[in-house]
Design a protein around this ligand. Structure first.
Ligand code: SAM
Length: 269
């Protein structure tokens, strides 16, 4: 993973995934519904619920071609392919996650709808004007050069194509509690304030369709959530020290050191 420290324990990922899936009582010999894996493979704040909400906002159609940037294990890609019938390409810079994504594509019977490429978001292996939708959840926090990231997304989108994203943004004060889910220390956390995200995207040529801060809503939901105890399907299958990292993220959010934002931006015709 050049240019990115390895924060996630991904080695032997297929075996870990398989054990968790069996422990959850799912049968890997028969196609598994993508949503049944939601607690395992939606590797971002708000999990499956946040992906479903962003899908509604993005309004993805069956004949649209979608790119999932920094796809992780491909949970969002499978949800989109399953719910909309669209063809989805994934780029992910961790070879272990690429292997895990392809493995879960097979278990869900979605291999024909999803291609997985080991590639960098800053140098995408696609021609310009290739996609109707570029999707990205909780990835930009690891990428310092946001202008190159936004330019690459703009380049591969077709005219009128949409960029749908969820991200952590910088809050009012500096991030102080580490490790966070995306960074072991401050040297590897690249949070931009919301206004810089917006000006960076519009500076590339995008039109803003929607941009919202969902931090308060997220915190209220988290506070109201009933803890149903440990489950075999969890990010902890491949994220070390998950409870410490999640606890630090929660505290950072409540102290306004980080903000949870999402948006839809459109490439002009
Ligand atoms: C928190 S995970 C999110 C995974 C997925 N988007 C999801 O929401 O389930 C962040 C992912 O971004 C990937 N990533 C970070 N920087 C990247 C880059 N420059 N190019 C491609 N992938 C990147 C990481 O390897 C990791 O899998």
């Amino acid at each position: 993973m050049s240019g990115l420290k390895q924060h996630y324990a991904a080695e032997g990922i297929e075996q870990r995934l398989l054990s968790a899936i069996r422990a959850a009582g799912l049968d890997p010999e028969h196609p598994i519904a993508p949503e049944a894996l939601g607690a395992l493979d939606h590797f971002h704040t708000g999990g499956l619920r946040a992906s479903l909400e962003l899908m509604t906002l993005a309004g993805i159609g069956a004949d649209e071609r979608v790119l999932d940037v920094g796809a992780g294990l491909g949970g969002c890609a499978r949800l989109i392919a399953d719910k909309t019938g669209s063809q989805v390409d994934c780029i992910e810079m961790s070879s272990d996650y690429c292997a895990g994504a392809e493995f879960l594509n097979k278990l869900t019977g979605l291999s024909a709808s999803i291609n997985v490429y080991e590639a960098s978001a800053l140098d995408m292996p696609f021609a310009e004007n290739s996609f109707d939708v570029v999707w990205m959840q909780n990835v930009g926090m690891n990428i310092q050069d946001k202008q190159s990231l936004y330019s690459e997304i703009f380049r591969v989108l077709k005219p009128c194509g949409r960029f749908a994203f969820q991200e952590m943004a910088a809050g009012e004060t500096e991030t102080r509690y580490f490790p966070l889910p995306w960074a072991s220390d401050a040297s590897d956390s690249f949070l931009a304030p919301a206004d810089e995200m917006i000006s960076g995207l519009t500076g590339c040529g995008f039109n803003k369709v929607l941009f919202e801060d969902t931090s308060d809503e997220h915190m209220a939901r988290t506070a109201a959530a009933v803890d149903s105890g440990p489950t075999p399907l969890s990010l902890s299958v491949y994220v070390d020290d998950l409870s410490i990292k999640a606890g630090n993220a929660k505290r950072s959010l409540s102290e306004n050191q980080i903000r949870l934002v999402r948006g839809i931006f459109q490439k002009p015709d």
